[in-house]
Design a protein around this ligand. Structure first.
Ligand code: PEP
Ligand code: MG
Length: 322
């Protein structure tokens, strides 16, 4: 198998009926970057910046953050990298960050919420990213956005930092694209407003599913109780991909779903054309999609999402189709 996947590495990522699918990889540390070439990924669709913070014994200084991002961009060698701002708090505790005990850390003071309440921290990270990407493209997205306004506040911080750097004669990125992770269900009902503001979105299906079904992603007792390939969740995903398409906003899906061949097949059937996954999943997903008739799948899958369709389990249908 491994040899078979390696052979696929430089083969086009195109379905049997000619639909191009961009396969990117998720990363969090510099040591992940060689996988870009080894696995043949088109870019880094999700760079989890909190990893550097979790490994440190005190807050990484601006210079250290900047050095890390510079190294990541250099290692990516021109391939696009989508950085995600800090997703700490909740269960990702930093020993050096004073926090309170929370009953529901996943829904607590984490990610962008923490960043907006401690703007010094977020601004430092933003400055490090802007400086690291001077003369190149910067793609940055914000996690755990529940209201469009939170994104506007975050964008405001980017604009402030940009002004500051320009005033002091520092280089800045040639192009900045700012996006939002769609991983809180409230965004499903603000998609029109969201698309107006963002340059791109990325679906964080791990958290989105957790909050959508109220099922703790880390709790084995309940983790398998609900199926992401169920009517409700597939409808939610379709809503996102449709709205993004109508607004011409690029959309990626970077949760674990993207890395499982059957689930990835369903995502392509729904209309996703850009998936980001752990490097080890690239081979299996590419092997799947190169044998897939995407048009036929879409034609057979979408009617199953309509009300009143008699056919039962969608996972069973997908398995039969596969
Ligand atoms: C997600 O929630 O789907 C995601 C990609 O981010 P993380 O797993 O880091 O929360
Ligand atoms: Mg998440």
């Amino acid at each position: 198998r491994q040899a078979q996947y390696r052979r696929l590495r430089n083969k086009p990522s195109v379905t049997k009926d000619g639909v191009e699918i961009s396969l990117q990889m998720n990363a969090g540390l510099l040591v992940d970057l060689p996988h870009l070439v080894e696995a043949g990924a088109a870019g880094v669709g999700l760079f989890r910046t909190e990893l550097q913070f979790m490994l440190a014994s005190s807050f990484p200084r601006m210079k250290e953050q900047r050095a890390q991002y510079e190294q990541v961009l250099a290692a990516a060698d021109g391939k696009p990298v989508t950085f995600r701002s800090l997703d700490i708090g909740g269960d990702k505790v930093l020993p050096y960050l004073r926090s309170i005990q929370e009953e529901n850390p996943a829904m607590g003071w984490r990610a962008l919420r923490l960043g907006l309440d401690r703007p010094g921290l977020l601004r430092t990270q933003i400055r490090a990213l802007l400086m690291a990407a001077a003369g190149r493209d910067l793609k940055l997205m914000f996690p755990m956005v529940a209201e469009v306004d939170e994104f506007l506040l975050a964008r405001g911080l980017v604009e402030k930092e940009l002004k500051h750097l320009r005033r002091h004669g520092h280089g800045v990125p040639d192009k900045i694209r700012l996006g939002v992770m769609v991983e809180v269900p409230s965004l499903l009902f603000q998609l029109d407003e969201l698309m107006h503001e963002v340059d791109f979105i990325s679906v964080g299906s791990n958290d989105l599913f957790q909050f959508f079904c109220a099922v703790d992603r880390g709790n084995t007792r309940v983790a398998d109780r609900f199926d992401p390939l169920s009517l409700a969740f597939l409808r939610a995903l379709k809503r996102i991909v449709d709205k993004a398409g109508a607004a011409h906003v690029p959309v990626t899906l970077c949760g674990e779903l993207a890395g499982k061949p059957l689930e990835a097949m369903a995502l392509i059937g729904l209309g996703f054309r850009d998936l980001s996954m752990s490097p080890a999943s690239l081979g299996p997903v590419k092997a799947m999609l190169r044998t897939l008739d995407a048009g036929r799948l879409t034609a057979r899958l979408l009617p199953r999402l309509e009300p009143g369709h008699p056919e039962g389990d969608i996972r069973d249908f997908l398995k039969r189709f596969a």
